[in-house]
Ligand binder design. Structure first.
Ligand code: ADP
Ligand code: MG
Ligand code: MG
Length: 264
């Protein structure tokens, strides 16, 4: 079947490097959904993106894939519509986040990262452009276009991801699922003080900062941030992968435990 026979296509919701995402409405039920159209001739393995989304769709914090349509040159992914938009937009509107808000967001994000890893998937593109919000403010992890399936302990190579969020070991050679914790750490930094930790005029300059620059908690901006928040951040952004916290350890960190409700 053609996508147009089942859905009315609406306004553009977003555009990434590869996909165009539009609002759509089911002709059968009237339900609003989001449709991501991916060209099949692109460099990305679009079938892998679909397969990984299907594999992970059971989790409440993963954007659910509802249907897939294929025509000669594109795949159309019909997903649940996240009407709260991107976390990125909410962040630029809010500036910094209160610590309890940041802690709750990071807890939800890291819990879903933990789930991905348990399911054998590394997301590899954790950033606020790929974190969507529902109408009731919950977060949904989206965009599995750079994600990979890995066997236990398998190491990956090749630089992928968005420059400001790339982990140092990715630049150095081989890496594992800990890159997703680094990405969440970059996000936490931005939530706490409103700026990204690793900035530069060019991709090369950003990579140099990622490889060499230490976080400096002595600056004015950090004065109002609590000690435990800084402790967690420095452990998520540890360049030593062995010392970097696992998702499980992040969830048990005192700062997370203090500001969030325990899971039952
Ligand atoms: P790309 O792989 O091209 O980066 P994404 O899957 O990240 O594509 O989608 C691009 C943008 O489209 C997102 O940043 C967001 O603004 C919007 N978008 C994607 N999926 C949805 C959705 N399910 N609901 C609402 N907006 C979405
Ligand atoms: Mg994206
Ligand atoms: Mg993508």
């Amino acid at each position: 079947r053609k996508i147009e026979s089942d859905y009315y296509m609406g306004q553009e919701l977003g555009k990434g490097k590869f996909g165009l995402v539009r609002l759509c409405k089911s002709k059968a039920t009237g339900e609003e959904l989001a449709c991501k159209t991916l060209p099949k001739n692109g460099e990305e393995n679009v079938h892998m993106e679909v397969e990984i989304m299907q594999h992970l769709s059971g989790h409440p914090n993963v954007v659910t894939l509802r249907a897939v349509y294929e025509d000669t040159d594109s795949l159309h992914l019909v997903m649940e519509f996240c009407s709260g938009g991107r976390l990125l937009n909410a962040m630029s509107k809010n500036g910094c986040y209160a610590e309890h808000q940041a802690a709750n967001l990071i807890k939800e994000l890291v819990a879903v990262i933990k789930y991905c890893h348990e399911m054998g998937v590394i997301h590899r593109d954790i950033k606020p452009e790929n974190i969507l919000l529902t109408s009731d403010g919950r977060m949904k992890l989206a965009d599995f276009g750079l994600s990979v399936h890995v066997a236990n302990g398998q190491r990956l190579s090749g630089v992928v991801g968005s420059p400001a969020y790339v982990a140092p070991e990715v630049l150095a050679g081989t890496y594992s699922e800990k890159v997703d914790v680094w990405g969440a750490g970059v996000l936490l930094h931005a939530l706490l003080i409103g700026v990204l930790p690793f900035r530069g005029e060019s991709v090369e300059a950003i990579f140099e900062v990622i490889k060499h620059v230490q976080l400096d908690f002595q600056t004015e901006k950090w004065k109002s941030v609590s000690g435990p928040a800084k402790d967690l951040l420095s452990r998520m952004l540890s360049r030593d992968v062995g010392k970097r916290l696992s998702p499980e350890e992040v969830l048990r960190h005192p700062w997370i435990m203090f500001y969030t409700e325990p899971d039952i």
